[in-house]
Design a binder for this molecule. Structure first.
Ligand code: NDP
Length: 245
């Protein structure tokens, strides 16, 4: 059994680096045509050429809902259609709740949750017409268990999980499957600033005693995007080395 995405067009937000980039690479390796998206056109183009095959770079800030609508339109025009959407772009602005500023709340909610909503709204028209589609939202385990210093981020990821389930119910009759992947702690720029002490303390809470890789997350996203996952929708898949169980 092999993951085969040949003939499929995929759009992955936040795919210039980290988990999104690994998803783009896994999709391209499985035969998909990939739209690589970040805020800067040059970075998106560079990432797209590294992803290879016929990947193409697009610039859009997911906090700008009009820009997201234009992005979906541009990719549909360039590729003909979008079969797979991965809402991966995300940011953190950590602080204890009593010190959390309105700007930090809004920035995180707008990027992580409203951005995904805007992309789902824009892509669903084409998918409904085709009567097929896959939407995969990259949430986080902290959206399930919460985290000190991440009230905004955890709320955004919990919202993304509820968004996933609601949209799965709305679009299921059109054969559009919507799932979420909830990673634990993964080695990317987002976690690079952790001190060795914090890393060691974290390791003790993980059954596999180490952080995961972007490729660990990409593997299940590729599976969920493929025909192998045709009867799975509205679910949350935890990839955390056994941290939450
Ligand atoms: P990185 O910080 O390494 O990468 C973030 C990506 O998102 C970049 O490609 C960046 O592109 C893009 N991005 C950020 N803001 C925007 C925006 N407003 N519009 C468009 N693109 C944007 O993050 P990770 O790879 O670590 O995280 C990816 C996803 O996985 C996020 O949703 C994160 O919350 C989630 N996650 C990560 C975990 C981890 O431990 N790393 C754990 C659980 C979940 P550019 O800068 O080029 O615009």
């Amino acid at each position: 059994m092999k993951i085969d995405l040949s003939g499929k067009n995929a759009l992955i937000t936040g795919s210039t680096r980290g988990i999104g980039r690994a998803i783009a690479e896994a999709f391209a390796e499985s035969g998909a045509r990939v739209a690589v998206v970040g805020r800067d056109q040059q970075r998106a183009d560079e990432a797209a050429s590294a992803v290879g095959r016929d990947a193409k770079g697009f610039a859009a800030d997911v906090t700008d809902t009009a820009a997201v609508a234009k992005l979906i339109d541009d990719v549909e025009k360039a590729f003909g259609s979008i079969d797979i959407l991965v809402n991966n772009a995300g940011i953190t602005r950590d602080n204890l709740v009593m010190r959390l500023k309105d700007e930090d709340w809004d920035a995180v909610l707008n990027a992580n949750l409203r951005g995904a909503f805007a992309a789902i709204r824009a892509v669903s028209r084409g998918m409904m017409k085709k009567r097929s589609g896959r939407i995969i939202n990259i949430a986080s385990i902290v959206g399930m268990i919460g985290n000190k210093g991440q009230a905004n981020y955890s709320a955004s990821k919990a919202g993304l999980i509820a968004l996933t389930k609601s949209v799965a119910k709305e679009l299921g009759s059109r054969n559009i499957l919507v799932n979420a992947v909830a990673p634990g702690f993964i080695e990317t720029e987002m976690t690079a600033s952790m001190t060795p002490e914090a890393r060691e303390a974290l390791g003790k809470q993980i059954a596999l005693e180490r952080l995961g890789s972007a490729q660990d997350v990409a593997a299940i996203v590729a599976f969920l995007a493929s025909d192998l996952a045709s009867y799975i929708t509205g679910q949350v898949f935890v990839v955390d080395g056994g941290m939450v169980m």
